[in-house]
Design a protein around this ligand. Sequence first.
Ligand code: ATP
Ligand code: TZP
Ligand code: MG
Ligand code: MG
Length: 268
Amino acid sequence: MSYLERVRSLNPLVHNITNLVVAPFTANGLLALGASPFMAYAHEEVADVARMAGAVVLNIGTLDEKVVQAIRLAGQSANAHHVPVVLDPVGAGATTYRTDTVQMLVRELRLTVLRGNVAEVAHVIGVPWNIKGVDAGVGEGDRIDIAERAAQQLDCIVVITGQYDIITDGYHTFLTSNGHALLTQVTGAGCLLSSVIGAFAAIAEPGRDMLNSVVEAVSTYGIAAEQAAARTAHQGPGSFQIELLNQLAQVTPSLFSEHAQIRQIRGG
Ligand code: ATP
Ligand code: TZP
Ligand code: MG
Ligand code: MG
């Protein structure tokens, strides 16, 4: 059974502490895929929700102290109960507050997956890279090197997205090139991918199974975007955003086998 089929048959509960911009889109995307989204922020309940979830997705997109504390409580509970944790360090590097917060979070929490654009991941490990708000700018470093260094330092899977995507545990590295430029015109396309990765992490075992599942998640999401673009590119980003939800519901293992563009560049 493919990881996608496992997501659809197990319908994992994904606890999201995400930002104000993307919450409904994220919940709809997870539902379309076949997962069960749960947005919960209250300090009184986040530890309980994290414990019962298949995965916890933490996103600092519109952070404040209340959200940061909710993220810490959920993350600690997930760690204590061996629930996979995905962190999306939205805008790390754009302000000192964001950079300091993600660096505190990666010290305190054990991550399963860190997913961001190259600038965000670079700033998590203290490497300079231009960032404009939440969007990656131009930088001088090597994206693959940054991903592998971050994975080794944090002892987790790192996903750096962009025109092509890098997925690595620091020792085994994959490049995927599915996706479409229209994704850059939909706010929350990255945040939804982080939550989709959460759904695929929820149904995987720790270790190589987890890495393979995350690779399939990234490529599957990109294929859904390609299918959506083929149907709506002549209309524009609004139609594409809606069609992406339709295609997340319709993408199949055979479509994945036909279209996946995955190349392993490091490790056995
Ligand atoms: P940013 O704010 O820098 O756009 P993000 O958090 O929105 O970052 P992205 O890097 O845009 O995240 O990744 C979200 C999805 O969009 C991924 O599936 C990625 O493969 C895809 N993507 C991003 N840029 C392109 C592109 N130029 N062509 C094809 N797919 C892309
Ligand atoms: N501002 C704060 S969070 C956010 C914006 C625009 C959403 C970012 O989503 P993504 O997935 O990184 O494009
Ligand atoms: Mg983007
Ligand atoms: Mg983002």
